[in-house]
Design a protein around this ligand. Structure first.
Ligand code: AKB
Length: 304
């Protein structure tokens, strides 16, 4: 029986993973550094993943055997305080690994990101294994994490698995601190008939994935047979790619009346070093990955 601990559970992905596990009757313990504003239908513990001792106590107390470690300072916030970002992203991950070794955790999920790529990665269509030269502290920490996965899996016979998420689009749970967050911000403003000041240039193309594909894809990946997983670090996945201008036009086609004012800032510089398109062929071959949502079907969800 799976007993799952989610760290950083009150973030954009955590909320949706909680819902999924509850629906499937899988035991889930949510944790974060703050209390939830609304009641969760599962156990909850305050855990600062930087606190190794506390993590250990909670993992033992609840007999946890699977961990989804979602704690991260994302790209845009990370650039404001790189030292803190590195500390949170790396120390928490190392703690999870230590606690997992001690408690014989069966499986660990740790999200990587398109932030691991850089200008040398052939950004028009990024393959699984290009040159990686990340430009943000977030991307550097994700790349370091990918290397740690293959190292610790081998050294301690762990099963840490990872996917390189593109921008995740969700309408119930909110993102925070990312470069791809503009999608949800623009949709929210234009739906209300308000203008939106976009921090990216109108033609900055980035890969995206609708939350349902992200959750179901991750679960499918985590349930795949280990012997089929040939990539030892982190797998590429994607849904579709868009620019802010394409999104604006689609929203107007859907009857939105607000305008978009383009005022690119430092986040556009980050986005310029990220892929325009992702090649996720290896995920399709190894674990049967398939995205079901494109731009139109994602927007249908936004207007439900
Ligand atoms: C971000 O924009 O920082 C994240 C990511 C792509 O990892 N959404």
């Amino acid at each position: 029986m799976e007993r799952v601990l989610i760290t950083g559970a009150l973030g954009q992905l955590g909320h949706e993973f909680i819902k999924f596990f509850i629906k499937k009757n899988i035991y889930v313990l949510a944790s974060d550094i703050r209390r939830p504003e609304e009641k969760l239908n599962c156990d909850f513990e305050i855990i600062d993943a930087m606190d190794n001792k506390r993590l250990n106590v909670v993992v033992k107390k609840y007999n946890i055997n699977t961990i989804y470690h979602l704690v991260a300072v994302l790209s845009a916030t990370g650039e404001k305080n790189p030292f803190k970002s590195w500390k949170v992203n790396m120390e928490s991950f190392q703690n999870i690994i230590e606690v997992s070794i001690e408690n014989k955790i069966k499986k660990i999920f740790w999200p990587s990101s398109i932030a691991v790529f850089g200008t040398k990665s052939n950004l028009e269509n990024v393959s699984q294994d290009p040159i990686l030269n990340p430009n943000t502290i977030y991307g550097i920490s994700k790349l370091a994490g990918e290397k740690l996965i293959s190292y610790y899996n081998k050294k301690y016979d762990l099963d840490i698995r990872s996917l390189r998420y593109p921008g995740i689009i969700s309408f119930e749970s909110k993102p925070g601190g990312g470069t791809t967050d503009y999608v949800m911000e623009m949709i929210e403003s234009l739906k209300k008939g308000e203008d939106y000041i976009c921090f990216l240039e109108k033609d900055t193309r980035l890969p995206m994935l609708y939350i349902e594909d992200a959750i179901l894809g991750t679960i499918k990946f985590m349930s795949s047979k280990k012997k089929n997983l040939n990539v030892k670090e982190s797998y590429n996945i994607t849904g579709f790619s868009i620019t802010p201008e394409e999104l604006e036009l689609k929203l107007k086609e859907n009857g939105c009346i607000g305008n978009v004012i383009y005022r690119p800032d430092y986040r556009n510089e980050i986005a310029k070093t990220w892929p325009k398109n992702i090649n996720d062929k290896i995920s399709k071959e190894d674990w049967n990955w398939k995205a079901n949502f494109g731009l139109n079907s994602t927007l249908e969800e936004a207007f439900k």
